[in-house]
Design a binder for this molecule. Structure first.
Ligand SMILES: NC(=O)c1ccc[n+]([C@@H]2O[C@H](COP(=O)([O-])OP(=O)(O)OC[C@H]3O[C@@H](n4cnc5c(N)ncnc54)[C@H](O)[C@@H]3O)[C@@H](O)[C@H]2O)c1
Length: 263
């Protein structure tokens, strides 16, 4: 049962992509609990409908919208849907992303894997901004939150070249847009989650041995929870973060600060 509303985002309209699972779903519930009206967007219809239903349990207005963020027409339509149904758009959370199991190093990564990853993770953010920022401006201002990753800042021997490069692109794109729109009351921040216990990472770390090997590198000795990212999303979405733009906003349990972790 979702908790009831508390009101930090009363009167705001939020659009969340990748809303059907993990960070996106947890953020939808958190935003709804704070009073936002919500468009939950995902390429998987049943999962974003389930998220919207959970968000409505908080008493918020929430709708589901099926879109593939790598398609311009879908991104244009999702923004139009938010404005038509809720009258405006104030918060744009470009969060949808994929991590391909065959993403490797430069030699092993297929061109098709590279293109798919870039299309969803980087072009998807570009398209969200392309259609969403004008809507935020029409609303008198707002907050764009783009999900990058701690891997945009660190090298890893995993390897995941396309994923890492796409997230580096999200950081650069977010900084540039933050500066471009700073005088229009449109803030743009890149959110960098650390390793989380969501489907995206657990699909890769599919044995206890792989998970333990990874945990050695995490100062807190645990994976993060989607809910812990959602709390940062609420902050970046709300006016409490009114002087924060162009930030690389790490919510990573200290991973990017670590050289040697505790025994
Ligand atoms: N899980 C982690 O450890 C971690 C760490 C850092 C950053 N991230 C980033 O956070 C974001 C969310 O990750 P998550 O862990 O919640 O993932 P997840 O796999 O649990 O959920 C991702 C959601 O995005 C949707 N999606 C995928 N492709 C889409 C597309 N083309 N159009 C619309 N929706 C699409 C999926 O259907 C799914 O519902 C991603 O951008 C990911 O790269 C995750």
């Amino acid at each position: 049962m979702a908790q009831q509303k508390t009101g930090r985002l009363e009167s705001k309209v939020a659009l969340v992509t990748g809303a059907g699972a993990g960070i996106g779903r947890a953020s939808c519930i958190a935003l709804a609990r704070e009073g936002a009206r919500l468009l939950a967007v995902d390429c998987d219809a049943p999962s974003c409908e389930a998220t919207a239903a959970q968000a409505r349990e908080t008493g918020a207005e929430a709708l589901a919208f099926v879109a593939d963020v790598s398609r311009a027409e879908d991104c244009r339509a999702m923004v139009e849907c938010a404005e038509q149904n809720f009258g405006a758009l104030h918060v744009l959370f470009n969060n949808a992303g994929i991590s391909h199991l065959e993403d490797g190093d430069a030699e092993s990564t297929d061109e098709a894997v590279w293109d798919l990853t870039m299309n969803v993770n980087l072009k998807g953010v570009f398209l969200g901004c392309k259609y969403g920022i004008p809507a935020l401006r029409r609303a008198g201002g707002g907050s764009v939150i783009n999900t990058a990753s701690f891997v945009a800042l660190l090298g890893a021997a995993t390897p995941q070249l396309a994923y890492t490069a796409s997230k580096g692109g999200v950081l650069a794109l977010s900084r540039e847009l933050a500066v471009r729109h700073a005088r229009e009351q449109v803030r743009v921040n890149a959110l960098c989650p650390g390793p989380l216990r969501t489907e995206l990472l657990m699909r890769q770390l599919d044995t206890e041995a792989k998970r333990q090997r990874r945990l050695v590198h995490l100062p807190m000795g645990r994976f993060g929870e989607a809910r812990e990212i959602a709390d940062a999303v609420v902050f970046l979405a709300s006016d409490e973060s009114s002087f924060i733009t162009g930030a690389t906003f790490l919510v990573d349990g200290g991973v990017a600060a670590a050289y040697v972790t505790p025994e």
